[in-house]
Design a protein around this ligand. Structure first.
Ligand code: ANZ
Ligand code: ZN
Length: 862
């Protein structure tokens, strides 16, 4: 691969590092070379799939993108240098509300707005030069992508995993749209600040709750390879809870009410029941009540509808509620307890009704204190329970065991603090004395025996609401027929194309704009041929991104969503890189769809992303960049001023990838200076590429090979900043060797410069490529294989330790400069010369000054 190197020429005098010239020189060459194409089926190298989360095309690339793609690219380029065939694709997550909103504001077709943005981002991305395989680009708003969303929907529909149901959703009457829980702030719409109400709407859902157990249990596979913070966020979001369903008979009602509890052991402490005011049960229970009660309840219900789930669950809020003047019967004690409606009980968790145990549940206690309801302690939390045998104190005088006086059990109704800890049951009839955990089991068994209860499990996770009443998304491939009901669009008729935006009013109004596209929406039923209408909703864009990593494997295949053989080769993703903002939903949805595809037999793995790296954010002067703060740093300006390489290197050098980078604290101009320095080193090398390494200056070679040996481990541990620091050391050492040491013709100088170019490829590809050429090689340095460190050069230099016996030098030993005193003493005593000169005298003292000196003092024996 080496060019003829003109070793006779003098180095270019004062050559200037001109990043702009270097960028415009290499970009077209790389375009031609396609060094990162992964299409060759005969490629025998082992494979790695490195994936960066794909961008949303809202405006040009920003500093956050610059960080993410710089860091992801270190990993992709690294594995290539380690001999892997690396798949590193990119695409655009192109459907969704922001594009639609921006287009409406500008009176544009969301299509035009989106594709223009993609074009702009793509141009910026190419210049930024991550090592992407540009032949695999996907854009989720292309019909040949979203038709496979529709295919996926139909598969889920077939399996009963996609369904439609009516439920209460957050509704902004002003914006006329459904809101996610996250978009409701203090009961008001995040965008317009109007009070949010609840509305019963029929929506499409994916039955992700069927997979709740697996989504939780399979997190074990990811331990150590995903940030533990993300794992626990996933766990909490799924929120598995185990306990029991318990039946309470209701006076004046035939059917019992089931409540879910995690603490069946506290059944003897139940003093009232609470139902969610917005549940069907509450409405039914209040029906026969006195008019005053009904009135009070209706008022209360109206207030509750304007309250967010977060507020309802808050322990800070004062408790509110209405007594329904109805009673329930405790299944174990037969006791009659009052039934209240209160908003701290949610209608869509468990059964929307609870048994209240104020002594042992803080929210119940707050409620009981607010409404003067009884509090009964049934678990003595002062009694030890765990397997440890309590140590019985002994009276120091008599030696007799003493029984400690029982610490008085604090009364929750006085302290206001519920007793939630471990303990033993009291006031609980036949269950007295049992530990909490035993009692949970025994009480549940007792209920089960009499048909009044059973073990139960609940999840915080809800089914995934995937329908949106908006234009810019994947049409849902369902046709509604008056006679046949829901009829799936036959697979052969996919894609259901999104109709043109022209003529449609895209403004949010609560129903999908697609409903007004007469020609599009009116169809004949695929089953009976009668008049029917297309479903006018579009899919949540999280559907698009839930499987995109598979589409990259056969992006142009128009016969299937992805090629299972390619998936067998490449998937799952070996390393996923992206922001922690996606720690929950995107990852959860991708994990869910992966499991569905596994169950369908399409893929052989159950987790999509084997390892995950979350990069931090780029801040400016301590805070996130935002228009309102006016602290936005424009990426394009940074690139113009410092060059692509300097910006990329700065991202890698700033600190551990997971940490935020404050752009005010870093120095892209410093990075540019370093790059110029490295680049000039290549210029100064005067030896030919075939120079014999081993003849080079050994001190510099040691620095080079130490770097070669250490960098891979550091990269794999994501310590990119340390590698950059070490690279700076290497460049400094090379500079010194050129200017004041071995000189520019020394083999070690060339070796160091070549290694610098290879390593810089990870962080600063343009500079690296240019150095590589200057050093006499053909592009691309990105394909040059990482050199193995020479082990003989890794042995540290030795120093000479002098060994004296009674003040006379008897031996000299070569030792490591880092040798410990003990080790050196052992070596000294083992020296033959020392043994001889000590003879049969007795050693009385040994003074060790590692690593230089050992002095042994002796005296005659006896
Ligand atoms: C009695 C009890 C006694 C409870 C006690 C807790 C402690 P997790 O862990 O989140 O599943 N609960 C049940 N359904 C509810 C609903 N729809 N809205 C609000 N709270 C509800 O919590 C389950 C516990 O939360 C259940 O156990 C129930 O209160 C309450 F010392 O029952 B427990
Ligand atoms: Zn029909």
């Amino acid at each position: 691969m080496a060019h003829e190197h003109d070793s006779g020429s003098t180095p270019v005098e004062g050559a200037q590092y001109d990043f702009a010239a270097i960028q415009s020189k290499w970009l077209p060459i790389w375009d031609e070379l396609k060094p990162f194409a992964t299409a060759d089926p005969d490629d025998k190298r082992p494979r790695k799939y490195v994936l960066d989360m794909f961008p949303y095309p809202s405006g040009d690339l920003h500093m956050g993108h610059a960080e993410a793609y710089a860091l992801g690219d270190v990993i992709a380029r690294y594995w290539r240098q380690q001999g892997f065939n690396v798949l590193h694709p990119i695409g655009w997550d192109a459907f969704g509300l922001p594009a639609e909103g921006a287009a409406i504001k500008r009176n544009l077709d969301p299509r035009d707005w989106t594709y223009d943005n993609i074009a702009q981002q793509k141009a910026s991305m190419r210049r930024y030069a991550p090592s992407f395989d540009w032949d695999r680009v996907i854009q989720t708003c292309d019909p040949d992508y979203y038709r496979w969303n529709q295919w996926l929907f139909l598969k889920l529909y077939e399996k009963g995993l996609a369904y439609r149901k009516a439920s209460q959703v957050n509704w902004c009457p002003f914006d006329q749209t459904v809101l996610a829980n996250e978009q409701v702030v203090n009961g008001r719409c995040e965008r317009c600040d109007n009070l949010v109400t609840k509305k019963k709407l029929t929506q499409w859902y994916f039955r992700i709750t069927d997979y709740a157990d697996r989504l939780l249990d399979d997190l074990k596979q990811l331990e150590g390879a995903w940030p533990s913070k993300v794992l626990s966020m996933q766990r909490n979001w799924i929120g598995r809870s185990t306990g029991a369903d318990v039946q309470f008979a209701i006076e004046g009602r035939d059917e019992a009410v089931t409540v879910y509890t995690t603490r069946p052991d506290t059944l003897y402490g139940v003093t009232f029941m609470v139902v969610a005011p917005d549940s069907d049960l509450a409405a039914e229970l209040v029906e026969g009540a006195r008019p005053e009660v009904r009135e009070r309840f209706d008022e209360y219900l109206a207030a509750v509808r304007g309250t967010t789930e977060m507020d309802r669950l808050s322990t800070e809020r004062e408790k509110t509620g209405v007594f329904l003047e109805r009673h329930a019967i405790n299944p174990l004690t037969g006791e009659r307890i009052p039934i209240w409606a209160a908003d701290y009980v949610l209608s869509d968790y468990g059964h929307g009704a609870i048994m209240a145990v104020p002594a042992h549940d803080q929210r119940d206690l707050d409620f009981a204190r607010a409404f003067d309801l009884p509090v009964r302690v049934v678990v003595d939390t002062n009694q030890p329970v765990t397997g440890v045998i309590p140590v019985i104190p002994v009276d120091p005088e008599t030696g007799e065991p003493t029984m400690p006086e029982d610490a008085p059990l604090e009364n929750p109704s006085e302290t206001g603090v519920a007793l939630t800890g471990e303990g033993r049951l009291i006031n609980s009839g036949p269950f007295d004395g049992l530990s909490k955990s035993n009692a949970i089991r025994r009480v549940t068994e007792a209920l089960q025996g009499s048909g009044l209860g059973e073990t139960a499990k609940n999840f915080r996770l809800r089914d995934w609401l995937i329908s949106r009443q908006r234009y810019w998304g994947t049409p849902i491939p369902i046709i509604h027929c008056e006679k046949c009901g829901e009829v799936p669009v036959p697979e052969s008729e996919l894609p259901v194309l999104l109709p043109p935006a022209e003529g449609l009013d895209l403004k949010p109004k609560g129903t999908s704009p697609l409903g007004a596209a007469e020609d599009w929406v009116n169809v004949s039923c695929p089953t009976c041929g009668g008049p029917a209408k297309r479903d006018a909703d579009t899919m949540d864009t999280f559907v698009d991104s839930s499987w995109y990593f598979l589409r990259f494997l056969s992006p142009k295949d128009d016969t299937q969503a992805f090629d299972p053989r390619e998936a067998e080769k490449w998937a799952p993703v070996d390393q996923y890189v992206g922001g922690v903002t996606h720690a929950i939903l995107h990852l959860l949805y991708s994990r869910f769809i992966t499991k569905v595809l596994f169950d369908m037999g399409s893929i052989s793995f159950t987790e999509p992303f084997t390892a995950l790296l979350n990069q931090g954010m780029v801040l400016m002067e301590g805070s996130a960049m935002s228009k309102s703060r006016g602290n936005i740093v424009k990426l394009s300006e940074q690139l113009d001023e410092h060059g692509v390489d300097a910006v990329r290197l700065t991202m890698a050098f700033a600190g551990p990838p997971e940490d935020d980078i404050d752009w005010a604290d870093v120095s892209p101009s410093g990075s540019a200076k370093f790059l110029a320095r490295a680049w000039r080193v290549a210029h100064d090398v005067t030896s030919a590429p075939d120079v014999v390494w081993k003849n080079g200056d050994s001190a510099l070679r040691r620095v080079t090979h130490r770097f070669l040996a250490d960098a891979p481990g550091l990269i794999e541990a994501f310590k990119f900043n340390v590698v950059v620091a070490r690279l700076m050391e290497l460049v400094n050492a090379t500079r010194k060797a050129i200017d004041t040491g071995a000189g520019p013709a020394d083999a070690a100088v060339r070796e160091a410069a070549e290694v610098t170019a290879m390593a810089l490829n990870l962080f600063a590809p343009y500079t690296a490529e240019d150095m590589w050429e200057i050093l006499g090689y053909e592009a691309s340095v990105a394909l040059a294989q990482w050199r193995k460190a020479d082990p003989t050069l890794l042995i540290e230099e030795s120093v000479t330790a002098v060994v004296q016996v009674d003040g006379k030098v008897r031996d000299r030993v070569e030792v490591s400069p880092k040798i410990s005193g003990d080790e050196l003493e052992v070596l000294a005593r083992a020296s033959e010369a020392v043994v001889r000169s000590v003879g049969d005298r007795e050693i009385v003292n040994v003074i060790v000054r590692a690593p230089r000196l050992v002095n042994i003092a002796t005296r005659p024996k006896g």
